[in-house]
Design a protein around this ligand. Sequence first.
Ligand SMILES: Nc1ncnc2c1ncn2[C@@H]1O[C@H](COP(=O)(O)OP(=O)(O)OP(=O)(O)O)[C@@H](O)[C@H]1O
Length: 358
Amino acid sequence: MKIAALVSGGVDSSVVVHQLKEQGYDPTIFYIRIGMEDEQGYIDCPAEEDIEITTYIAKKYGCKMEVVSLHEEYWENVVSYTIDAVKRGLTPNPDMMCNKLIKFGCFEQKWGHEFDKIATGHYATTTEINGKTWLSTAKDHVKDQTYFLGQIDYLQVSKLMFPIGNLLKSKVRAIAAQAGLPSAQRKDSQGICFLGKINYNDFIRRYLGERKGKIVELETGKILGKHDGYWYHTIGQRKGLGLSGGPWFVIKKDTKRNIVYVSNGYDPETQYGKVVNLAGFSFITEDIWGDFNGSKDITFKIRHTPEFTRGRIEKIGDLYRIYSDDKVQGIASGQFGVVYDNDSKLCIGSGMIANDED
Ligand SMILES: Nc1ncnc2c1ncn2[C@@H]1O[C@H](COP(=O)(O)OP(=O)(O)OP(=O)(O)O)[C@@H](O)[C@H]1O
């Protein structure tokens, strides 16, 4: 079997190579360059160190290695999506788009199609049921990364391999240490996404500039201060508002009037909700529900957290609506809601949160 292993130089994907070799495979290693090194040098991109370590791993295990670039594709797809979403007052998730469109999308078209399987160091597993492949959660529930994979499609999931998905992170580190891998002690990265590596506000300022507007207390309508543009503020955000007498939380945004609404207190009730509308829902393996009346019991996440929330899902035309059993903090339009089965084992699919904020 021909396997392409996506290796970042981090401990997880380094151990992927180790595991594959132990299992008798001979993967070809791919390091993908995505960064903004040439862009006025304001991003500290650790690519060179990553490539050094990946090269060491390739040599140690006698694997062929290629350094490839998906820089332009990333800009055309992920960065433009991010800027567009932020401009519309939405909360984007570049990591999810990167997985769907870049790591598994463009990569597949350019190089991956020559391989039978693509292996990554994601904490996730796959499950075969009646000849079909399902994305499923990792053994390490705290590290589980299926949320970030919630937008992938059937072709992608059926071609993916997650060699460390059945290991705990502590075990992965132990394997790396035992094998003497230089990545054994490296800190976890914040994803391939360049947005994790740069100052988010600088990035937004560069593309969207400033537009002063009011910060208003949601409950009283009192004007508390000014902001530089609603796009600098995210639903659920607590820091960076510059208001005294806090804590203050961003509760909603009026993008037409450029107003940011906030509530006061350590745990204001207004930051919670129980209804999550999902638009453009896509099933990863298959539509297991078809058209249905009433509701289905599910578990779900609206962000990358270790906990799953229980709820019921209903279908209203093209929209899927989740009624959560527990109140959920910071439901922000644009984020993805990822839906799992009742046992939080199989990942069913995801949609973009479309809760009315006005
Ligand atoms: N620059 C890259 N080139 C090739 N593959 C990558 C790159 N960045 C990430 N990946 C792949 O995507 C997986 C998940 O990436 P993420 O950034 O979440 O890293 P992580 O969980 O910290 O893993 P690692 O320790 O391997 O960096 C990695 O394990 C690796 O397989």
